[in-house]
Design a protein around this ligand. Structure first.
Ligand code: GDP
Ligand code: ZN
Length: 358
């Protein structure tokens, strides 16, 4: 792969100024194109290079979200065979997910994505609630969402569905395509300019691989097959996860993106449910939970038919999930803080100079 310039792999003025302090220290910027169990594949200027974390970066990381992820821009010290990653530049966007298990540990599955294509099928698989969930995740990430309605060729009431989605997406662009027949793909071009990073989000079977193949103009991915088993750290795919598309954009395609779980704060929920947020400002209580409080404008809108009951139920469900997650995060943060103080107290006791104070 030949890379003409940093710009062609997503570098911009924002990253340039973030990198300024590292200039003149023998460091170079590089972008992470793949990560597997602590081993990184990096793109630096015009070449690929293997990379590993500087010990300090690893030790100072408070969570896995502080470690480099695919799409990240990092500062590296070049070496003969291995570049050493010494820092991560601030992310313009990040998709996070829970690390497997109950623990509220977060992991970045994609960094510095400009646009995320939220894919849903126009066939029987269509699910408005799922789309709301993806919109929430997108707004939380900092990436700009675009709704891609796939399988236009199978749609029976395509126009009605498109109108329904446009109402739901509230200003988010909606593009209908047939990835299989390669129809409507021109509608995606505004977000596929050179150096722009895009990612795909959507449930299994919606046609993500088919769209990737259509965009690549080749059969890169086996469609419809099980491709990886992330839970056991086993990957049958060996491809780069940040892939240059023929038009110059970069496609970020990690296994984690495929199974993104809701993670984030309630700000994303407000964006995705702007209609409920607007109604809520007329509720009698400022912290109204729209669960039976008196003079609730949201419930009144449901009763009057202005707001879909299913949409409010979906909002309640997402709200509950976010609250549960926040509680676990708080508990975990408190435990980590206590452990840290215990450690500091212990090291003070064992420090040779500590005795002088007694
Ligand atoms: P993924 O799991 O999201 O990657 O979905 P795939 O790309 O593997 O597609 C799942 C199935 O849907 C495959 O059998 C595809 O051929 C089919 N498919 C994908 N896009 C379209 C489309 O636009 N129209 C139709 N009719 N089928 C499609
Ligand atoms: Zn209310």
């Amino acid at each position: 792969m030949t890379i003409m310039s940093l710009q062609s792999i997503g570098w911009n003025e924002r990253f340039e100024s973030a990198f300024a302090p590292h200039r003149g220290q023998g460091l170079e910027p590089a972008r992470v194109v793949r990560e597997e169990r602590g081993r990184y594949l990096l793109l630096c200027d015009d070449r690929e290079s293997a990379g590993e974390l500087a010990g300090r970066l690893r030790h100072e990381a408070r969570s896995r979200a502080d470690l480099p992820a695919v799409g990240d821009w990092v500062a590296v010290r070049p070496g003969p065979s291995l570049a050493v990653i010494v820092g991560i530049l601030p992310r313009s966007s990040a998709f996070l997910r829970k690390v497997a298990g109950e623990e509220a540990a977060e992991q970045v599955v994609a960094a510095n994505v400009d646009t995320v294509f939220l894919m849903t099928g126009l066939d029987g698989d269509f699910n408005a609630r799922r789309l709301e969930r993806y919109l929430t995740a997108a707004w939380d990430s900092g990436a700009v969402p675009v709704v891609v309605l796939n399988k236009l060729d199978l749609a029976e009431d395509g126009d009605a569905r498109i109108a329904e989605v446009e109402a739901l997406a509230m200003g988010t662009p909606v593009v209908a395509v047939s990835a299989l027949e390669r129809r409507g793909l021109d509608g995606l071009l505004p977000w596929l300019a050179p150096g722009r990073t895009v990612a795909l989000l959507g449930s299994s079977g919606v046609g993500k691989s088919t769209l990737v193949n259509a965009l690549l103009g080749e059969e890169r991915q086996a469609t419809g097959a099980v491709r990886e088993d992330d839970s056991r750290g086993r990957h049958t795919t060996t491809h780069r996860e940040l892939v240059p598309l023929p038009g110059g954009a970069l496609l970020l395609d990690t296994p984690g993106m495929r199974e993104l779980q809701l993670w984030g704060d309630e700000a994303g929920l407000e964006e995705a449910f702007a209609d409920i947020a607007a109604l809520a400002s007329s509720c009698r209580f400022r912290d109204c939970s729209h669960a039976g409080e008196p003079e609730c404008a949201v419930r009144a809108a449901v009763a009057g038919g202005a707001l879909d009951e299913g949409r409010l139920a979906s909002w309640h469900k997402l709200q509950r999930e976010l609250r549960r997650l926040a509680t676990r995060q708080d508990a975990r943060a408190r435990a980590a803080e206590q452990a840290r103080w215990k450690e500091i107290t212990r090291s003070m006791k064992h420090h040779p100079k500590a005795g002088r104070w007694r």
